[in-house]
Design a protein around this ligand. Sequence first.
Ligand SMILES: Cc1ncc(C[n+]2csc(CCOP(=O)(O)OP(=O)(O)O)c2C)c(N)n1
Ligand code: SF4
Ligand SMILES: [Mg+2]
Length: 279
Amino acid sequence: MTLMEPPGALYSPANYKSDVKPVWCPGCGDHGVLVAFQRAMAELALPPEKIALVSGIGCSSRFPAYTNTYGFHGVHGRSLALATGLKIARPDLTVIVASGDGDGFSIGGNHFLHACRRNVDLTYIVMDNRIYGMTKGQPSPTTEPDWDTAIAPGGTGISPFHPLVIALASGANFIARGFSGDLPGCTRLIVEAVRTPGFSFIQLLSPCVTFRPEQQQFWKRSVHNAPVPETGDPGLAARRLMSDDGLNLGVLYRGKRPVYATRPLANLPADELEKEFAL
Ligand SMILES: Cc1ncc(C[n+]2csc(CCOP(=O)(O)OP(=O)(O)O)c2C)c(N)n1
Ligand code: SF4
Ligand SMILES: [Mg+2]
């Protein structure tokens, strides 16, 4: 199949794979997320040239290199700013952002709040391993306070960031959690997130087998489908998320906020485009 084949043609996950072999450690959860992403794109039948994957820096942020879509491996913590600009200039593209808990919630935390608030039509996938994997295992904003490591002996003692609560409070339109070991579940969440207009946030628990070897088995044993169906009521979602055990999987909130209106600046004639920037 060529890249220019029209929408509606049948796609398989292989159509979204690049020739670059992932350098992730064997067993890293991000391998599963990549497979789920490729399956989701095939299910959505999106032509690869109509997808742009944007990332920051981190093991998880290597994602765009492993796909056959357009990609932008950007600056640490700035993926949402890049993706927002891209989506506003090219609303015809499906813009998906791949990030990690350090990239997305630490250095990129401010962008996370405002991306939720703006509600531009983006899908934001954060591979949360509760650690800075790429830089060899420092605690991240989602690390448990008592996680004992040579860098933080006895644990940091600092209350973790709750990204789903923050996303809801900041205005995200779709909030979900998945586990990289559950491929059908992750695939479904990515499909639903792309289909839901506005800013869609998915926390994908994705174990770092190298610096947190206990994580994979713990999540395998402990994650479970959320016992209640998704809600569109922010008050109910807030109550549920505030008491959430961090292990509930599925779509947890789907709202109906108006999406930030975009228009295709890229297609404007040059003189019209210039007027956009006139002081
Ligand atoms: C401006 C800047 N500050 C710090 C770094 C160093 N750095 C690279 S990746 C990273 C953290 C990555 O953690 P995360 O986003 O959780 O990704 P993971 O590797 O765990 O997938 C840091 C601090 C950097 N590259 N750029
Ligand atoms: S260091 Fe951890 S997060 Fe990075 S590739 Fe290896 S297992 Fe994955
Ligand atoms: Mg991480």
